[in-house]
Design a protein around this ligand. Sequence first.
Ligand code: MTE
Length: 361
Amino acid sequence: MGIWDKRDDMVVHESEPYNAEPPPGALVDQVTPLDTFYGRNHGSFPQMDTGSWRLRVDGLVDRTLELSLDELQRRFPGQTLVATLQCAGNRRADLIEFRDIPGQVPWGPGAISTARWSGVALADVLAEAGLSAEAAHIAFAGADVSQDADPPQPFGASIPAAKATSSEVLLAWAMNDQALPTAHGAPLRVVVPGWIGARSVKWLQRITAQAEPTDNYFQTEYSILPPEADPHKAGPGDGIILGPVAIHCAILRPGKGAQLPTGPTEVTGFAFAGDERTVARVDVSPDGGSTYVHAELDAPENPWTWQHWRATLTLPPGETELIARAWDSTAAVQPESPATVWNPRGYANNSWARLHVTCHA
Ligand code: MTE
């Protein structure tokens, strides 16, 4: 077992703060085992004492709430939802290959995982507090202090009240039917299905209803700057703030650089539509995009979860490029290359999945 109860072969980009993704090809299960789930952190794990911990709900509400974990569990109906979490930095490594992005974690395609989350609906807690009419945004504050932030501050995020009061947004204390691990935010975290992982705040301490989005450093840090912008000089209003995830896919098998015999080859992967969308189609090419076949695609479990797919391809002899590209239920398709989507902080790379393999006659 590796650190934080993760599997030994996690690709650890940083051990402090802990930033790690599962090895290529590991994300084959519909629900990712806890030891395989990626970890993305901006600071050291905070010391949390569940007994004395309280969740504070304040701001533009009729009643300020202070809730222990026990009270949360007793006073609100329990909810369980399978949902995929995807980091906005997933596949930054492919962007870096096109043009360097200094000082950012070079995530491969594994900063995405799926869990069965259990907790309560944020909507129910907000209803108990009573949202004022001016409460347009719901802000979350974690307990971990990040030295990456300028100035150093606890990790935070906000989402619009319309999303926060949708039934899928959870305050979760369990993951895959086990107590939420420290690494994933115990005793309580937010889960914002279909949105970038950065809005799913871990080690949650405070929920604040407010008129404007939070001014937490990480709210605007997770934005798409224009290619020519200097990320160190960019102001809060300079980027497109990230929220819903865009259609994305990955090839799981065969692996990069695989040496394969001739004959039919099974290619597998997953696609994730993001927001409230589902995956409508996945096209897979055995020959660098000259021809495509439609993959067999699993039905969506719900809009919040990835869908696995598979296709049997006849590969040409020699080295070839496998490509997969997915379409969502609004007919949006992934962009062709990292060059189209490159941005100075390296977020939201949802370009076609590509890898080279060699087929021997
Ligand atoms: N919450 C806190 N408190 N601190 C963090 O650093 N990282 C965010 C989010 N919530 C973060 C956080 C980011 S960027 C992502 S992608 C997800 O948590 C990762 O969740 P995981 O580590 O459980 O996979």
